[in-house]
Design a protein around this ligand. Structure first.
Ligand SMILES: Cc1ncc(COP(=O)(O)O)c(C=O)c1O
Length: 392
């Protein structure tokens, strides 16, 4: 009875963890949840009431498929683009999914970083895309060469590359960012070989140190589709995001979305628009940045203090995650039961690698737990790792 696509669906291991344990009762470095402390409940309540007074029943009516004009205009102004280049999405997961749906036929190739965001890999697989991951390299010439090799290999197989999927800012799961030079290099490859780029950037505005790096979209707005989200800068429960792209691409997404959800949630869009317009979003965002910076700094200092030798980790300048690499031979999937039985959760890095490599890696989130729980959780995890790594 089921379609052929269904055989390619796979369950998110992260969501399986959520089913197995109550995240609040253990030390959870697993999910990508923002801290609920960052949700400005009083201001949301006030804004909701203002929206009802201003728009009345219209706030609960069906809306335009592209999104309500107030929000499109607010997004266009914030990111310096024209309004016809803005499509509101039911959050960036939908942005990823509609891009794949309008661009990819079964067997087409999607290039991505390795590791990459699990939800994107789920979407790509569900359309039976052929995913080719490329690991990051610090030397830009070697990095470029690695991409060229994969591209040439794909072309020699007679396959089409439809797009490169990248999370250039504070990547999920690694927490790392692409330099401006790397962004330019990848855009040049896309131009040369004739594929698009889907730039997924939900963490871009959560920067705790360093300077902003221009988006890939700003390098070539005609071949880059930029995806943004309110999930990490406001609240994920609103399920709102945006796609910024060439109008011809957006037109296909627009028609596709007519069959998906008719329109993004209307009331939520008016609330988000008012939050942006009134400056409440930015005021709240700067409080969130302060909170998360403190948590990131704490996690980095705890890892330094407690982790056994041979364990390495990334130093993200923003976002919600960092990535641990254990000595060769360590299996983070196998170790997971030991950790969970002891009361600490993470996500094994293998799940983020399209080719199943990265067995000795894990992703740690630092936004969700309190500082107290982060401290106790790292001490517990380090104790377990020490026993495991020494035993082996
Ligand atoms: C890189 C990346 N893209 C997209 C999403 C989806 O977020 P949302 O659909 O809430 O915007 C996430 C969520 O964690 C993510 O990490």
């Amino acid at each position: 009875m089921f379609s052929e696509d269904v055989a390619s669906f796979f369950r998110s291991p992260v969501r399986e963890i959520f089913k197995r344990v109550d995240l609040n009762s253990i030390y959870s470095f697993a999910g990508g949840y923002p801290s609920a402390d960052t949700f400005p409940l009083d201001e949301i309540r006030k804004t909701m009431s203002e929206v009802i007074s201003t728009y009345g029943g219209q706030a609960f009516q069906y809306g335009a498929t592209q999104g309500v004009m107030q929000l499109r205009e607010a997004v266009a102004e914030r990111y310096g683009v024209s309004v016809e280049r803005v499509q509101i999405t039911s959050s960036s997961q939908q942005g990823i999914d509609v891009c794949t749906r309008v661009l990819v036929d079964p067997g087409d190739v999607i290039l991505t970083s390795s590791p990459s965001y699990l939800g994107a890999l789920q979407s790509f697989r569900s359309y039976r895309a052929d995913i080719r991951g490329v690991a990051h390299m610090n030397d830009i010439d070697s990095f470029r060469e690695a991409y060229v090799q994969v591209i040439e290999q794909v072309l020699s197989e007679g396959k089409k590359i439809k797009f490169l999927y990248m999370i250039p800012d504070f990547q999920n799961p690694s927490g790392e960012s692409l330099t401006f030079g790397e962004r330019k290099m990848l855009v040049e490859l896309a131009r040369r070989y004739g594929f698009l780029i889907v730039e997924d950037s939900p963490y871009r505005e959560l920067r705790y140190e360093g300077e902003d790096i221009p988006t890939m979209y700003s390098i070539d707005p005609d071949i880059v589709i930029h995806l943004g989200s309110f999930s990490k800068i406001f609240a994920p429960g609103f399920r709102l995001g945006w796609a910024i792209a060439h109008p011809e691409i957006l037109d296909k997404i627009y028609v596709c979305k007519q069959s998906l959800d008719l329109c993004p949630p209307v009331f939520d869009q008016y609330v988000a628009a008012e939050f942006l317009r009134s400056g409440r979003l930015d005021a709240n965002l700067s409080r969130s940045i302060g909170l998360y910076k403190g948590k990131r700094d704490l996690l980095l200092s705890l890892l330094e203090k407690y982790m056994p030798r041979g364990v390495r980790w990334t130093h993200p300048e923003g976002g919600l995650f960092l990535f641990l690499t254990m000595p060769e031979g360590f299996d983070a999937v196998k170790f997971y039961d030991t950790a969970l039985d002891a009361g600490v959760a993470y996500v094994a890095g293998e799940f983020f690698h399209p080719d199943g490599s990265g067995k000795n890696t894990m992703r740690m989130n630092f936004s969700f737990m309190t500082e107290e729980k982060i401290t106790e959780g790292v001490q517990l995890l380090a104790r377990l790792l020490r026993a495991e790594i020494v035993d082996n």
